[in-house]
Design a protein around this ligand. Structure first.
Ligand SMILES: Cc1cc2nc3c(=O)[nH]c(=O)nc-3n(C[C@H](O)[C@H](O)[C@H](O)COP(=O)(O)O)c2cc1C
Length: 213
């Protein structure tokens, strides 16, 4: 009788442990965002360009996470024709802010990422300008990752405005095959910036241009 009771308790104990482990691993997977994808949509819907930052420094781990997100973007033929310059030098930031009228907020940003095309890695021939789309996809990933990590950022355009490209090239010492597509100042947001609602049904067509969606 004692033996039967012992076996019953042992089986019950093993069953309880298995159920506990299964439940715990499911909860962990959900919290990493691998469940229904909602965290991605939430980041997309709530992102806005942020142009004012606090003095708080951005943690190096966050900057690496953001760069990893940038490099996770799709690229034509998987060429990854890009290079990224992280700027955390106040003097360089001020120099860029002074020379780029469209990116004055650089002066108050603790850090910035310059997303560049690397022409030595670009496709030759007809697809030569795919690098712009590739680097743009990386840029959007960077903006979303920054937002997802509680930072604020803004895409300030460089290429194809050659006067801006020239300034950035000179200040950062970029070689001739490296083209800065944009400069992304980022930091912890100062104040709130509401996202814009850009949904316009009239921009969508169904099957044929003549048919409204
Ligand atoms: C190609 C491109 C160039 C941009 N250049 C600048 C810029 O030079 N300065 C700036 O403050 N914002 C710039 N922006 C940010 C836009 O002004 C901003 O994305 C737009 O107003 C929509 O606002 P949102 O980002 O908050 O949705 C640029 C955005 C893109 C995509």
């Amino acid at each position: 009788m004692k033996r039967v009771l012992f076996i019953f308790l042992a089986v019950w104990f093993i069953f309880t442990v298995v159920v506990f482990v299964m439940f715990f691993s499911t909860t962990q997977a959900d919290s990493k965002g691998s469940g229904d994808g909602m965290p991605v949509l939430e980041a997309i819907e709530t992102r806005a360009s942020v142009r004012a930052y606090t003095d708080q420094a951005v943690e190096p781990e966050k900057i690496e996470q953001i760069l990893r997100a940038g490099m996770a973007a799709p690229t034509a033929r998987n060429q990854q024709p890009w290079a990224f310059v992280v700027i955390d030098d106040k003097a360089l930031m001020t120099q860029l802010a002074d020379s780029l009228p469209n990116a004055k907020m650089l002066a108050s940003a603790p850090v910035a990422i310059v997303v560049c095309g690397d022409l030595s890695k670009a496709i030759e021939g007809e697809g030569a300008t795919y690098w712009i789309q590739d680097a743009s996809a990386a840029t959007e990933n960077i903006l979303l990752a920054a937002h997802g990590l509680g930072l604020g950022a803004v895409w300030t355009g460089a290429y194809p405005v050659m006067s801006r490209v020239k300034v950035i090239r000179e200040v950062l010492g970029l070689p001739s095959q490296i083209i800065p597509l944009n400069v992304i100042p980022m930091g912890y947001p100062q104040g709130e910036t509401a996202p814009k609602d850009k949904w316009k049904r009239e921009n969508v067509h169904l099957n044929n241009w003549a048919t409204a969606y």
